[in-house]
Design a protein around this ligand. Sequence first.
Ligand code: ADP
Ligand code: MG
Length: 340
Amino acid sequence: MSADLSASVDILTAARPKYPYPGLRPFQIDEWPIFFGRERMVDEVIERLAAHHLVLIHGASGCGKSSLVRAGVLPTLAGQHLRVGAPWRLCMMRPSNGPLWSVASEFARLEGDAEYIKRAGDIIRHLSRREVTLASVASSLRGLQGQRICLLVDQFEELFRFEKETSREEAELFVDLLVRNNVEVTRGMKPRGQAGVHVVVTMRSEFLGECARFNGLAEAINQTQFLVPRMDRDSLIRAIRRPAQLYGGEVSADLVERLVADVARGEDELPLIQHGLMYLWNEAARARPGGKIVLDAAPLEQRADLRPSCRIMQTQSSMKRRPIWSADARSNVCFAHSPI
Ligand SMILES: Nc1ncnc2c1ncn2[C@@H]1O[C@H](COP(=O)(O)OP(=O)(O)O)[C@@H](O)[C@H]1O
Ligand SMILES: [Mg+2]
């Protein structure tokens, strides 16, 4: 399942990522040093999380939802831990393998037991009882009393397929847990000393309507949704330039302008420019091993096959451009690199 996220400090002191641009896949938690352009949004999400304990982050496929949480929100929470000494325990899951099982195994992992899969079996029985809450279950676990836990539920839309194909009952129990967690906190009903579970959900916006089929979910979402805004020009320029600079390289002004213009033209250009930058970086590093890497627009101008959309078509030659960003195709791309 996921990498060990409970040791927040390790995330912040981990080695610099190997490359400055992750390409098509989302940023991972330990890639926060190369993640730029979402600084204000990260603060906004954390403010909402403090008030509600449930935040739904939604937007189009490929707009940067997963990256915002993984490389922005979670490492920032870990940084707060370092500054004020208040522990945050971080975990993440996707609903497709069974939402209750995924929460149970993440909680078991936080307990730190080497036999956590066996332990997850006990926790799932506990989670399945109608009267419990995420906080009460977390508080009953070894070492988690009074702790603050942040649970990322990435690609929440997978729940709707799970509900139809596998178990409506488990999907409902899971949604009840999320809704009750939020209601208790909003009404100030959380008992003192209990663990606090803060849940960040990411979902493609086109599934918002589906949420209303679950009791209480639409009400909860109405209080806490966050539609991911597009990055403004300055943020985009930081996201393009700063990673290269961190590695002693540079992105030429021409290339920056070219990529910014690409983004202005289309809705889903972020993955394309990210993929393009990764490609250009790898090519330049191969051409000048050990030398200063300067990325410029020339290869894009000279070769039509190096334009962002064409490159995607080449690397994914069996898929047409649009379906690359459909849930299944993109999650396959992400799975190849990502811990969950
Ligand atoms: N702040 C950012 N700067 C540069 N590239 C980004 C940023 N956020 C996301 N990306 C890139 O955009 C693409 C889509 O990001 P992802 O987080 O997977 O989006 P979503 O979860 O909305 O589908 C990926 O290629 C990712 O590397
Ligand atoms: Mg995603």
